[in-house]
Design a protein around this ligand. Structure first.
Ligand SMILES: O=c1ccn([C@H]2C[C@H](O)[C@@H](COP(=O)(O)OP(=O)(O)OP(=O)(O)O)O2)c(=O)[nH]1
Length: 162
């Protein structure tokens, strides 16, 4: 995954949205944090990993991947907002014992990032999220392609006065 390319696409989209909505001077950190928490909930809903009361299967892989890359947008955007970059070196996959536990871990790391805004915690957040991708069966190439497609859709939505 070419993370630098994704940061530069994200910077373009974020600037486009900020200019369009007159937010260039605003601190959007907390709103992006909440947006990420909400996206994570939407993603968990599509996986249905925690719905022990239901027999309905998870949504299709494509649908789950689309939700997943909304989260990628906000994680990249939070990096840009706070001046941190995920570099991708020395990344060794690791994860919790279930998808549900991994979701809870990521929620914890998001909250940790809010109180301890450091490059280390940001990198941890990125890695926890990539570990979740691995558990959900997404390759880095699939994530990159889906990100590029959703990034384009986000421009179209802005154009349509969304
Ligand atoms: O500064 C921003 C603001 C938003 N986005 C992107 C992230 C995500 O890909 C999308 C917002 O999520 P979504 O498409 O789910 O928007 P929504 O308003 O929640 O959609 P819907 O009303 O369809 O649920 O916009 C950014 O990249 N940068």
């Amino acid at each position: 995954m070419n993370v630098e390319k994704l940061y530069s696409m994200q910077a373009g989209l974020d600037t486009h949205i900020e200019v369009k909505h007159g937010l260039k001077e605003e601190d959007l950190f907390d709103r992006k944090m909440l947006a990420l928490l909400v996206e994570l909930g939407e993603l968990a809903n599509e996986t249905r990993s925690f719905k022990f009361w239901s027999l309905k299967p998870a949504s299709d892989k494509e649908v789950i991947l689309e939700e997943f890359v909304d989260g990628v947008h906000f994680i990249l955007s939070l990096g840009l907002e706070s001046g941190f970059r995920y570099k991708g070196d020395q990344y060794e996959k690791t994860h919790e014992s279930s998808v549900t536990e991994q979701f809870l871990k990521i929620y914890g790391t998001i909250h940790e990032f809010r109180t301890n805004k450091t490059s280390q915690v940001y990198t941890k957040l990125f890695r926890d999220y990539l570990d979740l991708a691995d558990m959900l069966g997404f390759t880095e190439n699939e994530i990159e392609q889906a990100y590029i497609e959703k990034n384009e859709v986000n421009y179209e939505r802005q154009q349509k006065g969304y």
